[in-house]
Design a binder for this molecule. Structure first.
Ligand code: ADP
Ligand code: ASP
Ligand code: MG
Length: 438
């Protein structure tokens, strides 16, 4: 069985929902994961912000506006009065529920419940649409099988067991529709898999049912070899190794959520990125296969801070790095890039919430300098160390750009460079020219 995920852009209007319905009704049994209609989760976050700030009027204004939009979507989506009525009831009940949170204390717990409504509404709408078209479609309630443990990590054993129970309840269904993003946590409360987490839902389900393929459908033709918003001449990459895709997703190619790779990789289930707007385009295939000797793509992640710790005592001091890393760990701040020399170490972080405390602690071990407003440029491909010339090409492309750090050899698939955020555009264009268009 295949698992197909359609993002917010792919279910962003009644027309788009109809197109998705057509795409998925080819007679094959499948599980379909849906995001909220595009913009909805952002609106729900905005509503929550007003409620945190004890401004129910601000919240109600957005709720009312959003509800009007949904009523229009419903009227456009269904043909028959019967289903228009069903759709209106779905909208009414979810929006009244959201409204009920404007009257009481609002905490993180309530916010999670509000955020879950987007996916609950979109799946109910598409499920009814399929039924109106005569398709045997059922809803699999994600809140009944998708669960995280005490460390906020998905619990694959629980998910597999409960998902199979749900599937067996409907043995003759053609299409199972389910919500991306939402789950319950270890305490049974409504929670989510973080923003953009519907991709993660799809791969967790793929692994749980041992799917033949996981398809991530979005509004662009696969993963591109550079950021199409910045570089003019980009082209889709047709084949990527799981690790290449993971590096790209983590370092800025927003088309796929980075967490989505790992479950598929462990279960060895290929992930295919496909385009809702051009469904016959080949997209990008992500699997355990490497294309020998090829540089595949470049991505960039901004908002990076570099921290250098220099210590004259480091030379003979074993345990120095451990002490440095422990400081970051104690503030739950993960490190992206590391470069070492005999007298110092540079690391980068993207979460600066505890920067001041981290710097204070680091100062016990040496002289600390900070560079903010930095950007990681990540080049992926078959960068096995025995391959010749690839590092040279990457460095050549950066010959007119000041480079703060270079990291190579951490995997067989990547070189990362740290530059100023202001140089990002020039760096991406130059890399595109040297690596793909020369
Ligand atoms: P979906 O709703 O399908 O999950 P998202 O809005 O989460 O879509 O993210 C996919 C979008 O990210 C695409 O519309 C694409 O335009 C954009 N995008 C951002 N960065 C990149 C990149 N480096 N390569 C390709 N697409 C990108
Ligand atoms: N709707 C959620 C979000 O916007 C999850 C997703 O779309 O993947 O983040
Ligand atoms: Mg997404």
């Amino acid at each position: 069985m295949k698992v197909l995920k359609f993002g917010g852009t792919s279910v962003g209007s009644a027309q788009r929902m109809k197109e998705v319905a057509e795409l998925i009704t080819d007679g094959e049994r499948k599980i379909v994961v849906l995001s909220a209609m595009s913009g909805t989760t952002n609106s729900l976050v905005e509503i929550s912000d007003y409620l945190y700030k004890k401004n129910p009027d601000g919240a109600n204004e957005i709720i009312n506006r959003l509800e009007i939009k949904y009523k229009q979507h419903v009227d456009e989506l269904y043909k028959t009065e019967e289903y228009k009525q069903k759709g209106r009831e779905v909208i009414k009940s979810h929006f009244n529920y959201i409204r009920s949170f404007t009257k009481d204390l609002f905490t993180l717990f309530e916010e999670k419940v509000v955020l879950a409504q987007g996916e609950l509404i979109s799946t109910a709408m598409v499920n009814y649409y399929l039924q109106e078209c005569g398709v045997k479609s059922v809803l699999l309630p994600a809140l009944d099988y998708m669960r995280t443990d005490k460390n906020a990590e998905p619990d694959p054993i629980y998910i597999k067991e409960k998902l199979h129970i749900q599937l067996e309840l409907h043995p003759d269904a053609e299409i199972y529709i389910t919500q991306g993003f939402i789950c319950r946590n270890a305490y049974g409360e409504i929670d989510n898999l973080q923003r953009g987490g519907s991709d993660y839902t799809a791969s967790l389900i793929g692994a749980a049912v041992n799917a033949s393929e996981i398809q991530i459908w979005t509004d662009i033709d696969g993963m591109h070899n550079n950021d199409p918003r910045i570089v003019e001449k980009t082209s889709p990459v047709r084949q990527l190794h799981f690790e290449e895709a993971a590096e790209l997703a983590y370092f800025g190619a927003k088309i796929l959520h980075p967490t989505c790779i790992q479950p598929a990789k462990y279960a060895n289930i290929p992930v295919r990125l496909l385009n809702t707007i051009d469904p016959t385009a080949p997209g990008t295939m992500i699997s355990n296969e490497t294309e020998k000797g090829k540089i595949k793509a470049v991505a960039a992640k901004g908002g990076i801070t570099a921290i250098k710790i220099k210590s004259s005592r480091m030379l003979l001091a074993h345990g120095f790095l451990r002490k440095v890393f422990e400081i970051f760990e104690s503030y739950q701040t993960s490190i992206d890039m590391i470069c070492t020399s005999e007298v110092g170490v540079s690391v980068t972080i993207d979460n600066t919430r505890h920067l001041n405390e981290i710097l204070d602690d680091l100062k016990k071990y040496g002289t600390v300098t900070v560079d903010s407003g930095m950007c990681i440029i990540c080049v992926v491909g078959d960068l096995d160390w025995e391959n010749l010339g690839f590092e040279a090409k990457v460095v050549q492309a950066m010959k007119n750009i000041p480079v703060r750090m270079i990291s190579y050899g951490g995997s067989n698939y990547n070189i990362s460079l740290l530059i100023k955020e202001d140089d990002k555009k020039t760096a991406l264009q130059s890399l595109s020219h040297v690596l793909f268009n020369e």
